[in-house]
Unconditional design. Structure first.
Length: 58
């Protein structure tokens, strides 16, 4: 068992991909484009245009 996650989380991620109760959503910071207006990679999603967010649970 590794203490290091297999996936590096971006600041906009709530959890690692595949975590129960989460799903992929469009990054609000870049509107899913992966880049900001200045052309640089979005720091919230790491340039992917998507973030992992909580979708439910109790």
């Amino acid at each position: 068992m590794s203490i290091h996650p297999e996936h590096d989380l971006n600041p906009g991620d709530d959890a690692e991909p595949g975590t129960p109760g989460t799903g992929e959503d469009i990054c609000d910071a870049c509107a899913g484009k992966g880049t900001l207006l200045d052309g640089k990679a979005c720091p919230q999603c790491g340039g992917s245009g998507h973030v992992i967010v909580g979708i439910g649970g109790g």
